[in-house]
Design a protein around this ligand. Structure first.
Ligand SMILES: Nc1nc2c(ncn2[C@@H]2O[C@H](COP(=O)(O)OP(=O)(O)OP(=O)(O)O)[C@@H](O)[C@H]2O)c(=O)[nH]1
Ligand SMILES: [Mg+2]
Ligand SMILES: [Zn+2]
Length: 343
């Protein structure tokens, strides 16, 4: 396979070649814009190149992911290969539900991570919490994007849930049908910055990319009528430059599930204030319901924390107990799940 072919000069996905040239010139390095098994598309000062990523040279080190800055090298008989993945500034990752101790990096060097949720269905707080964990844990700025504003039956109800879960996180509501909110989204981006979109299939991530770019660059899927589930249209993580100096946006395939690891971390990352308060409760095993000396209830009674936020926190803690019990059960039966990662 020829690996050093310049793809259709700047390629169809390159809406703004001069913009890209400026981006790669700043770093004088190549940036991975797409990964397919064993091969990567990288943006270089020469244009978009397809290079091998699973060469022996790259194998000893970390496998490249979309968003990586890399150094290329000429390899005998292989053409250009990724020689080195430069240290990642930020990394969006998840745990394989079957092997929690394996961290799977989805995207790197992003400045902001948007948890994308459709307003065409009720917001599930547990899902939002887990997406936020991914966003916060990446080291980038978390953002919440609520799509399909034109189909929203109850945006204020959705906002109430979002506020209870993530009060201080910036929220943008968008519609690619009437264009509302796209300016707000652009305002969160900016030249040289990269925004990653994560969320379930059908949330409207690729549609947002297309709307930002101003043309139908990425394939957009249908949402099944029966259960309003998406069809997992996007299969690769793709980095796209938004013309007009608005930065880059990184589309990802829909996430099917986020599990125990994310739930555990949501307690500290999303409900850190409540977890801290719980440390001040009189009883160590305080359930924050009717116990005397409950610091959490006191914060709710004084209006510091909303009732809904407390309820969602307690739901998460309860769900976590269930997940842990099921996990223990599975391990007893010798099922998959693997060892807990030592902390
Ligand atoms: N009414 C309306 N429909 C939208 C909007 N954004 C996306 N959709 C529709 O939602 C469906 C799913 O959109 P996609 O952009 O493919 O969703 P996705 O998040 O990329 O899905 P995966 O690639 O499967 O992860 C499509 O039918 C879109 O037309 C919007 O703002 N308003
Ligand atoms: Mg998509
Ligand atoms: Zn308490």
């Amino acid at each position: 396979m020829k690996s050093d072919t310049v793809l259709a000069d700047w390629g169809a996905a390159l809406v703004d070649p001069d913009g890209w040239r400026a981006v790669v010139a700043v770093m004088d390095r190549a940036r991975v814009v797409r990964v397919d098994r064993g091969e990567c598309d990288v943006m270089t000062s020469r244009g978009r190149l397809r290079v091998l990523s699973d060469s022996q040279r790259a194998q000893g080190e970390i496998a490249p992911v979309t968003g990586d800055w890399v150094e290329l090298a000429e390899a005998e008989g292989l053409g250009l290969v990724i020689d080195r993945v430069l240290p990642r500034r930020t990394a969006v990752s998840r745990r394989d539900p079957a092997e929690k101790d394996v961290e799977q990096v989805l995207a790197s060097n992003v400045d902001a991570v948007a948890a994308v949720l459709g307003l065409d269905r009720p917001i599930q707080p547990g899902w939002l919490e887990r997406l936020l964990v991914m966003a916060i844990d990446s080291g980038a700025e978390p953002v919440i994007v609520l799509t399909k504003l034109d189909e929203a039956s109850d945006p204020s109800g959705a906002l109430e849930v979002v506020d209870a879960v993530a009060g201080s996180t910036p929220v943008v509501m968008t519609s690619v049908v009437d264009g509302r909110g796209l300016g707000d989204l652009r305002a969160l981006m900016g030249a040289g910055r990269t925004l990653a979109l994560v969320g379930e299939s059908g949330a409207g991530k690729s549609s947002l990319v297309n709307a930002l770019v101003g043309r139908e660059l990425l394939e957009v899927g249908e949402v099944r009528a029966g259960d309003s589930e998406g069809r997992h249209t996007t299969t690769a993580r793709e980095l796209v430059l938004v013309p007009g100096g608005a930065g880059m946006v990184l589309d990802t395939p829909g996430i099917r599930s986020l599990g125990l690891w994310e739930a555990e971390h949501a307690v500290g990352l999303v409900f850190g204030d409540l977890a801290d308060l719980a440390g001040a409760c009189r009883f160590r095993d305080c359930a924050h319901r009717k116990e005397p000396g409950c610091a959490v209830r006191a914060a709710v009674d004084s209006g510091l924390i909303s009732k809904m936020r407390l309820r969602l926190f307690l739901e998460l803690v309860g769900e976590l107990d269930n997940l842990r019990r099921r996990e223990e059960e599975r391990q007893r039966r010798g099922g998959r799940g693997g060892k807990k990662r030592p902390r």
